[in-house]
Each structure stands twice: as C-alpha cells, then as structure tokens.
Ligand binder design. Structure first.
Ligand code: GLV
Ligand code: MN
Ligand code: MN
Length: 399
C-alpha cells in the first residue's frame, strides 16, 4: 500500500476536528489505536512482531539477530501536532518493505520496522524516552517515577499500556541486534524548499535541552490586595518569558522557546501562588546553549527578587549535539541521487541511537516549512516517493 494510503487510514485518530491538530500522547487511547493499526499492518505483511521491555514495537522481516537493519519512527505527537511528524517515517517504512518485496529483493540480513514510544516527551517531559531507556541513557528508576500532567506515573501508564514497568531499562539484546538505524522523517524547516529537492540526508542534530522553572509568590485575593502589596509570580514569570526571548535573540543562531506555562491555581480572581513554565533551548554549539541557560537563570533571579518571589530552574533533559555517521550519510546520499545533506534543529530517536550504532536520517520535503502544528504537510507525491527513497537507502544496507 502507498504511504498516502497508510496515512489516510489513521488520519482521524487523535485529530481535533476544529483545529485539525493531533493529540496523541504516549499510551493515550489515540496512540494505542495507532499501535494497534501498526500491529495490523505488520501482521498483514507477515512481519513477526514483538513488543520489548521498554514498549518499543519491532516488526521483523527475517529473524531478529545481530547486524540487522532497522528503520521506523514514532506514533506519539506533541499537543496540536501535524499528521506527519513520526507517522510518515512509520508508514514509509511499511511501504518500503512492500517496495522491496514487489521488486523481488532478497535481503542478506534482517530488517525491522521499529516504533519508539514517547519520542516527543509531551506526556512525561523527556523526549526520546523509549530509545533513552533502551540505550541506558535514562535510568529505569527515574523513568518509572516520572508523572504526567494529571499526576499519573509513567509506571502506571506503561502498565496500563501492557508494558510491565519492572522490566524497563537498558536492553543489551535489543541494542546488539541493530546494525544500522535509518529513520525517515518529515522535514521540520525550509531546507528542502530552498534547495528544490524532495529528499535530504541528515548530517547533524543540534544539541537541545528542556528546563522547568518554578516561580513562587503569594497567592491572594484579586480585589483586596493592593498592587503595592503583591508578590505575584505570574507577573514575574511573564517578564522571565520576555527575557528568554530577548537573550536568545541576542545570541546568534540560538533558539529558545517557552511553549508551556501553568499558573497555579489558575483563577481569574486569584493572584497565583506559583507558576511553572518550561524552556526549550537549542544552539549548534552545546557550550553556548548551556551558557545561555545560565544567563536565563541570572535574569530570572533578578526578576523574581524584584517581585518578592523566588525561582527555581531545573534541567529535565539534555541531548548533546549529534553528528550522524559520515560514512553512512555519504552512502545514503549516493543511493539517492546525491541527495543534499541537511542539519536539523529537531530531536529524534536516531540521534539517541547514533551514539551506539551507525545511524542516519532521511528528510522528506515539507512545503509549508512548518511543524509541530496542523500546517505541517507533505505533498502526496513526496510522501509516496519517501517509500521508494527509503527502500533504495535500505537496499544497499541489506545487500
Ligand atoms: C522533537 O520533535 C523535538 O525536537 O522537540
Ligand atoms: Mn518526530
Ligand atoms: Mn516532533
């Protein structure tokens, strides 16, 4: 089946009818429906499916074993995300199996299509959670105790999703089987539009991290508390958000975002007692990112003190910059008509795996250049072409 046909089958799952955006948090009903869809598609192709101790789904063409080639992506989304971030790579992987088989290709090693849980970190705060667990970059104890916005622990959510949380953690066997990992993904910027090309090969992922700021003040009455008497953490936090933007703008090539902001308790006639907000910061040079976060911290302390508040800033996750295996990137590019190399500012499971096994990425043109938004897009022809490009890239690694 074509990539567009596969994506059409899941286009209503987790979609908000008003905004058109997708909410598919890991192990929500929507993501469980997508996992079930994937299992059905794997079964239809006669692939052998296993769900490992970290909740990663593997669908095998051939026997699992060392030196296998793995492709795939994720099915969870950010809140209000697009249709392609994750599912395009999964659908292209399934369709690439169809392309290789239709060509009568006989692989010399096994191929697996993998689906990684919680790539976005939108439910538990840590991006690429499945691949971090598998590689041991995230400890099982830390993962189990993470909570979502409703206070439910990851251990509870994984158990409800059928993954026993007692067995989470570094999975030597799973890792040892991966000879190469290649992830196809929608491009999340304008690189391919500017180049006028349909497919690129990933060169680098910018280092990036997430920090949680908690600003504390005095909760109080909106009508009886004079302006001079307030210790309002929301006013302080609003100025801090402004400081994030202006300090990042002063730093060449930095990107810093506050996309989540929560006043507590959050009442129209209540001065908040606490505000939590999250900072995502990225730069091509990891030292610059970390120095920028220190500048945020100093600015926040000055702002908090001017408002009679306190502030605490805690790192939630950090991913150092990744250079993909240059030999593999060159091979992928050569297999794809000298596809251009592109860096990306977005994180991916391929970036986590790259530290352990030769890994690479392919990017499919996105004519809007927009991602993490309903406007993220791929033309049908480009989406379908993704399967042929991925099949071509895999063919060399499987021969
Ligand atoms: C994942 O999409 C990220 O880069 O945040
Ligand atoms: Mn993604
Ligand atoms: Mn994403």
């Amino acid at each position: 089946m074509s990539v567009t046909g596969l994506l059409a089958d899941i286009q209503q799952i987790g979609r908000d009818a008003t905004s058109g955006g997708y909410c598919r948090p890991v192990f929500s009903t929507a993501e469980m429906d997508l996992r079930a869809w994937f299992l059905g598609e794997a079964d239809r192709r006669g692939l052998d499916v296993e769900i490992d101790r970290n909740g990663i789904i593997w669908a095998w063409w051939g026997a699992p074993g060392p030196g296998s080639v793995v492709t795939g992506s994720h099915l969870d989304s950010v809140p209000g995300g697009g249709a392609f971030d994750g599912p395009l790579g999964v659908a292209a992987a399934l369709a690439a199996v169809d392309v290789l088989r239709a060509d009568g290709f006989t692989p010399q090693r096994s191929l697996a299509v993998a689906v990684f849980p919680e790539e976005e970190g939108s439910r538990f705060g840590i991006a690429c959670l499945g691949s971090r667990l598998m590689t041991g970059k995230l400890s099982a104890d830390k993962a189990r105790s993470l909570t979502d916005a409703s206070g439910t622990t990851l251990a509870e959510v994984f158990a409800a999703g059928g993954v026993d949380p007692r067995h989470l953690g570094r999975d030597e066997d799973a890792l040892a089987r991966v000879g190469h990992y290649v992830e196809l993904h929608i491009e999340q910027g304008r690189g391919l539009i500017d180049l006028g090309r349909p497919i690129a090969v990933g060169s680098t992922i910018l280092g990036h991290g997430r920090w949680r700021a908690t600003v504390r003040g005095q909760g109080n009455h909106a009508g009886t508390t004079l302006m001079a008497d307030r210790r309002d953490p929301l006013v302080a936090a609003a100025q801090m958000v402004g400081a994030v933007s202006s300090l990042a703008r002063e730093t060449d090539d930095a990107r810093a975002t506050v996309g989540r902001f929560e006043p507590v308790p959050g009442g129209t006639n209540v001065i908040a007692s606490e505000v939590r907000f999250w900072i995502d910061a990225r730069h091509p040079d990891d030292a610059v990112t970390l120095a920028l976060v220190e500048r945020f911290r100093s600015a926040f302390e000055a702002i908090a003190s001017a408002h009679g508040c306190t502030v605490e800033v805690r790192e939630e996750s950090w991913s150092a910059g990744v250079d993909f295996d240059p030999g593999l990137a060159a091979r992928l590019s050569a297999a794809l008509d000298d596809a251009p190399l592109l860096y990306t500012g977005a994180g991916h499971d391929a970036g986590i795996l790259a530290e352990f096994v030769p890994s690479g990425m392919l990017f499919t043109r996105n004519p809007t250049g927009i991602s993490h938004s309903p406007e993220e897009y791929a033309e049908d022809a480009d989406a379908d072409h993704s399967a042929f490009a991925l099949a071509q890239a895999l063919r060399g690694l499987l021969s």
